[in-house]
Ligand binder design. Structure first.
Ligand code: NAD
Length: 728
């Protein structure tokens, strides 16, 4: 394979056409080869007098460029060999080299126009911004933006400096901090792009501009008298207010846990008040800091690399023919069944939606109709989606389904009954998936005569919004069922993880520990506001009490009773049980009846913690309140130790599954990259020491599994082990 990533050609008018076409990639990404070849082309452009200017475009139909190759970002920015300077100084050089290359292009003295034939994101858009004139294909579906912040980074190739100089600080911050994309039309309106052209004419339009503007090779910000749109500076009230409000809003949204947004604010604030050359160095300084912190690597690995790999079938067994599901059977048209029916129909899959009464089945179908109407879906499209859902009570209608999923009541007896009825119609060769949230799959599989074809397909509520599906492999589940379940998840464009059977599987089991530690703290007389605020400040989406109110305290009681009954003597009682029982005795079921740990005003006003909560469940506030750090440590480490136990027991087989399931399933601190990334970053020996201390003070629920001690002894990490396994 050729290693030419940038094809160059000088046309008859002396214009250098630079076409990015990175070999071996379906979409252009920044690679070391590309930057080297661009550097050579920029030098040629500057020094060859026969060249009048240049056009930068892409040779890929998939778009212009998607930015840095996140899988190889470690290679793109490397500290280089020890030359006596600090690692940070050497890393800065590497970060600066890309920034300075684009700066060299924009200051070479000759006009460079970008011909943007499709998507330009992240570093891709930063290449474009460094051109003097930007022509983009006139297609509203094209996405342009700087979404780096969403994976723990921020734009480090001039984006934080050029975007504000083009559109003004306030709108630029919105795009930079939220990672929002814009269409070509919006980009022209905002001054980010200068011209729209039909797709086939973008290069010619860009070329024509270069020919017509021989003196166009100077950016507005390098011209005398340049005025920042909207103004800048410490004495500009708009500028000052933007940063006061921007800092407050960012703090609220991120609790100051994320390095990227803070770096963006600082780089824009400082850089906007300086000449471009210094401003770019400021950006590189902050970028170096962000990339040197483990947070960026952890976030990129889980939120991008592992997520993509899971969606592309990383856990799919080999040798099973791919299934393109055309028709599925959905048993139970309640909350979950109707949500699953909706996402399947939206993916073009026919759904037989079955319930005990026609009324219930129709109500399930209505769920999709209501949501499509709320989203103002185009009438023809909505009709086509609804036309795929067949609401029925007749098992006969299930004939010909590629896959069956059940989401009937959480009762072993009812589930067994429907399972047998389905088998009588479709036969045991069909794959049957259960959406149970608590009942072990191996037991439920007994109702299907070929348990190899029985599997858990665990969705999260609300199905249409939650991205994760937890695939649960029972003791006898075979590869075909796993492959088909994963094919279905791929068809509905969700992210799968694959785990082995266990009570609560992986996600519910670990999520339960966050809630129960919060309730235990409450039972000890800890101020509930402290518990809730720490939960949110450490990066969980909601506090443990608020989330219990959302789930429903009656449901928590039911699950608790079922677990106790199933486990018998093995059940480990927790002070959280008494809290749940007491609240239920008082008829406080959570948000659903307007009273739980919080009070929900009838007029839809803001919820407040129930003023009598402490008196009711703990008697009074404890005299010695724990420090916020202590509350945080308990809430985090209780989840970490459970995740480690799941790994030790083989419930979770890979750290990637564990991290993805944690972040997308129960909202575990996203900036950590997930519990396994978090433990690796802290160091397993440190994790063990902290857990031992917590177990001494608070009990065995914190005792680390032997696996962690062994790993600590061998200086291992979860991801290090996974890499070794992969290599073997
Ligand atoms: P639900 O009560 O809203 O719906 C259950 C539906 O099943 C009802 O419409 C009911 O009429 C129907 N049903 C009952 N018996 C039936 C039978 N014999 N044949 C056909 N239909 C029958 O419950 P839900 O919240 O949708 O939960 C369904 C399943 O999904 C449960 O196993 C639950 O544990 C699991 N689950 C729920 C959630 C959640 O957040 N609600 C999340 C994950 C998994």
């Amino acid at each position: 394979m050729s290693d030419t990533a940038l094809h160059t050609q000088i046309d008859a008018d002396g214009i250098l056409i630079m076409t990015i076409d990175v070999p071996g990639q379906s979409m252009n990404v920044i690679t070391p080869e590309l930057t080297q070849q661009l550097a050579a082309a920029v030098e040629q452009l500057e020094t060859d007098e026969a060249i009048k200017g240049a056009v930068l475009t892409s040779g890929k139909k998939s778009g212009f460029m998607a930015g840095a190759d996140l899988k190889g970002i470690g290679k793109l920015f490397e500290a280089g060999e020890d030359d006596g300077r600090s690692r940070m100084a050497r890393l800065f050089d590497s970060v600066w080299s890309l920034n300075s290359l684009l700066r060299a292009m924009e200051t070479c003295g000759k006009p460079v126009a970008a011909a943007v034939n499709g998507l330009a994101l992240g570093g891709g858009l930063e290449f474009v911004l460094a051109c003097h004139h930007r022509v983009v294909a006139d297609d509203p579906k094209i996405k342009l933006g700087l979404p780096e912040v969403l994976v723990g980074l921020f734009p480090g190739a001039g984006g934080t400096q050029r975007l504000p100089r083009l559109m003004g600080v306030q709108p630029a911050l919105m795009y930079l901090l939220q990672g929002k994309t814009m269409s070509p039309q919006e980009a022209v309106g905002l001054g980010v792009m200068q011209a729209l052209a039909p797709l086939d004419d973008v290069v010619e339009t860009a070329r024509a501009w270069v020919l017509a503007n021989p003196k166009g090779g100077i950016q507005p910000w390098d011209q005398k008298g340049f005025k920042f749109p909207g103004g800048v500076g410490q004495f500009n009230p708009g500028f000052v207010q933007t940063f006061i409000a921007g800092t407050a809003m960012t703090t609220k949204a991120t609790q100051n846990n994320l390095n990227g947004p803070r770096a963006i604010l600082s780089a824009v604030y400082e850089g906007a008040q300086l000449p471009m050359d210094t401003a770019l160095r400021i950006e590189s300084k902050y970028f170096t800091k962000v990339i040197a912190d483990p947070q960026a690597g952890n976030m990129i690995r889980t939120l991008f690399v592992s997520k993509q790999a899971a969606e592309k079938g990383a856990r799919r067994p080999h040798g099973v023919a791919k299934m393109l599901p055309k028709k599925i059977g959905m048993l139970g048209a309640g909350l979950m069944g109707s949500g699953i029916a909706m996402v399947a129909a939206q993916a073009g899959i026919e759904v037989v939606l079955l319930d005990t009464t026609q009324e219930a089945a129709d109500k399930g179908k209505q769920y999709t109709a209501d949501r499509l109407a709320k989203r103002r879906t185009d009438a023809d499209k909505a009709e086509a989606i609804l036309g795929l859902i067949h609401a029925t009570t007749a098992y006969e209608d299930l004939k010909g389904c590629d896959l069956i999923i059940e989401a009937v009541f959480e009762s072993r007896e009812i589930k067994a009954e429907v399972t047998r009825k389905v088998e009588a119609v479709v036969g045991a060769d069909t794959v049957f998936g259960s959406n149970t949230s608590t009942l072990p799959i191996t037991g439920l599989a007994e109702a299907w005569s070929k348990p190899a074809n029985f599997i858990g397909i665990h969705f999260f509520s609300p199905v249409e919004k939650m991205p994760l599906v937890e695939i649960i492999v029972g003791k006898q589940t075979g590869p075909e069922a796993i492959a088909k379940a994963l094919d279905f998840v791929a068809a509905i464009r969700k992210t799968p993880i694959v785990v082995n059977d266990s009570r609560g599987f992986y996600t519910s089991r670990c999520f339960g520990t966050y809630v129960s530690e919060g309730l235990t703290l409450l039972a000890e007389g800890t101020n509930p506001a402290l518990i809730e605020n720490v939960g949110k400040q450490m990066g969980m989406p909601v506090g443990p009490l608020a989330v219990t109110d959302e789930v429903g305290l009656d449901l928590s009681l039911k699950v608790g009773k079922q677990t106790k009954a199933d486990l018998g003597d093995a059940y480990v009682a927790s002070p959280a049980d008494a809290v749940i029982e007491k609240m239920n005795e008082l008829g406080r079921h959570g948000r659903k009846n307007g009273k739980g740990f919080y009070v929900y005003p009838d007029d839809g006003g803001k919820k407040q913690l129930w003023p009598e909560l402490v008196a009711t469940v703990a008697g009074q506030l404890a005299e010695d309140q724990p420090l916020a750090e202590e509350v945080e440590e308990r809430l985090v480490y209780r989840q970490l130790v459970e995740a480690a136990r799941c790994f030790a027991e083989g419930v979770v087989e890979t750290p990637q599954d564990g991290d993805l399931g944690a972040i997308f399933g129960w909202g575990f601190i996203p900036h950590s990259g997930g519990p396994f990334s978090h433990m690796d970053t802290v160091g397993i020996a440190n994790v063990v020491a902290i857990l031992d201390r917590l177990a001494d003070t608070h009990g065995d629920r914190f005792t680390p599994p032997q696996l962690l001690r062994d790993m600590a002894e061998r200086h291992e990490t979860f991801y290090g082990q996974a890499e070794l396994k992969q290599a073997a």
